[in-house]
Design a protein around this ligand. Sequence first.
Ligand code: TYR
Length: 849
Amino acid sequence: MKDAAPKTIYLKDYTPFGYVVESVHLTFRLAPTATRVISRIAFAPNPDASDRTFFLHGEELSLIWAKIDGQDVTPDLTDEGLRCTVPDTPFVWEAEVEISPQTNTALEGLYISNGMYCTQCEAEGFRKITYYPDRPDVMSTFIVRIEGEEKVKLSNGNPAGSGEGWAEWHDPWPKPAYLFALVAGDLVNHPDSFTTMSGKQVELNIWVRPGDVDKCAFGMEALKKSMTWDEEVYGREYDLDIFNIVAVDDFNMGAMENKGLNVFNSSCVLASPETSTDMNFERIEAIIAHEYFHNWTGNRITCRDWFQLCLKEGLTVFRDAQFTADMRSEPVKRISDVIDLRARQFPEDQGPLSHPVRPESFQEINNFYTATVYEKGAEVIGMLKTLVGDDAYIRALDLYFDRHDGQACTIEDWLRVFEDATGRDLAQFKLWYSQSGTPRVAVSEDWADGVYTLTFKQHTPPTPGQDVKGPKVIPIAVGLLNPNGDEVVPTQVLEMTQAEQSFRFDGLASRPVPSILRGFSAPVVLEREVSREERAFLLAHDTDEFNRWEASRNLARDCLVTMIRDGAGPDTAWLDGLERVVRDDTLDPAFRALMLSLPTQSEMAQVLFEMGSTPDPDAIWQAAEDLRGHMAEAWRGFLPELRASVAVDAPYLPDADQSGKRSLGSALLALQTRLDDGAAAQAQYDAADNMTLQLSALSHLISAGKGDAAIKAFETQWHHDRLVMDKWFGLQVGMAKPDVAVDVAEGLVEHPAFDMGNPNRFRAVMGGFAMNHAGFHRKDGAGYAFLADWLIRLDDKNPQTTARMCSVFQTWKRYDADRQALIRTQLERIKAKPKLSRDTDEMVSRILG
Ligand code: TYR
């Protein structure tokens, strides 16, 4: 809790800790409100450090006693830790503390979720467990003894014995404290095993509450696929005898890569066809892979300090995206990732929360687990791979693992392996890590005497704390088509390094049509005057699926803009082109479904804002409605038949093929619902034997205003299942008509199953509400006030989730003066809350600017 002025921590101030930790021995005596933690830690002076201050982090701990080399000591205690005089030779620190997992609602450190003990230590939760140098560059082996009556008691590493009321674990791999984990409870497991590439047997387990054991099989398969993939693609083998995954109901994030003991938000691991959608399955597969891949990129090689977070997260997101592309469809994965990047990272990078992929300062590190660090961090690695080529990328990664195994590293270390493996100078490329903001790249072209020239100008607008930016290295993948639609220059990567730069193409028979930024080869905004005809041409002919999709997306944006601003009718030429793609059964249904998904209302608000118009959320909503209505009418003749042609009549599988068909079917059903008063959606709802079909029908019924019966039926069917009920909460408020969204949200928080202490439930309602663009931005400000009330309420209990949710206000400067004033009032009201957490205080202050 903030008492004094919040303290800012700077990257430039890094110094190593004065001591190395040679071993850690922990004993836990579990009790809900009085758990005892006894630590024995061997320290030695660190020859690489000059400052010998002995400071151990510790928060919300009651110190019972402390000893150095067996002698009682009395350290100086503060709210943040302790200081003590210590010998200048190796010594053993011992201490006993008491903590209260039962009352830990912040879900950091050791807490109890649904009767089960679990921990979350990243980034700085270990200091709520015992006194320790809680920083990622202090690494040690751990021996952990757990005492308690719980049937199952787990920690990191390999099992090292157990008996009545105790279990011991040894982790032989040195690790920072943020990777520590402990779980204890009456859990059951879904067991399996894996033989690694060198023939070692690894025991695998997914641990869950007794009722959930039938929802583990998919996660287990995903784990084994991930293990195989990391061996085959990166040559990385697993390094312990056992790998445990635990599902936890109350969790602030998605999942956590603790060494040998991954802890998952139950929504990110439990799956069954009846309770999970295709999207859930795909996400679970990706998150299991992500956490597993961290074993090498994060655990074996970790971060020197939290400014280097992207070193493990950007790389691991990049790796999990490669994995998903290999398991499913590469273009579909790429398009979906770009949709997500634009929806979450672009607004961040273009607003008051903008920060570099490697930030240079923070007050609360929890606030920097962002789309910029994760997703833009992954884009930066994708660009690096594009620039050096696939073979050199693998050589650089091999060097990275060889050189840095067992170390806590920096972005400088990371870039140096690429420089050493390729001979390239990456000094300019490094700007991607230090400069915030989304670069804008303007394109112009010239055609004369058989020479075609593309000229690019790059510019990155100012962002908080960074007024002037230098030009970055931007890989621009380009292909050229001739007027017949044949590709005359296949994809090549233009390497832009200057503020303005031209590239020539000789020997062309006629003026080509360019396909620029294929595969979204860099996270930039392309600025180019393109006629509708040219976009329609690319929609019909581009060989790059991403750019084919992009052409249609741009046509959709243009169409919506003219409808909103000029009251024009829809662009029927684009719709004809779109119809051809949607009906082309040689194309992957998943791709066709993506072609059908329209820009979100929030995306349209950003588009209008960038064009210099003030977005009106009601007008945006209306235009999207009109456009969908028009599409439904225009396609009335073939909708039912096309939908029937992609119906799956085989037992449910969550694979790319079936889920692509269901996704296209759902997009078509959305349109059909506008024509038949919900009859087809209700029929799908009634017949559904899997959650994907059931939920898509429910969502279309709700948005048509015909959902009342299905909402009731759904609740009756699923009231016992927390994860399914999260969907029920989120969908009702997310799909509600804008004029009733606030009322729906107010009703849902009165529901007996609304539980603000459970982050999934809180996010389902509040996140779902904020996604309801026009509902949230209701003109009278009722939406803003509602959300602010709940953020104020949650802050005392769970600062991390509160702070994260504040980011829904980050785009506030897009809107009209009245709405801005209403939002400002709410932000100031949050800011004025007594005892506001450091997390929320930092977020609100940055958003206010
Ligand atoms: N390191 C985790 C991941 O991305 C994310 C995480 C971060 C989880 C902080 C929890 C947390 O408190 O895989």
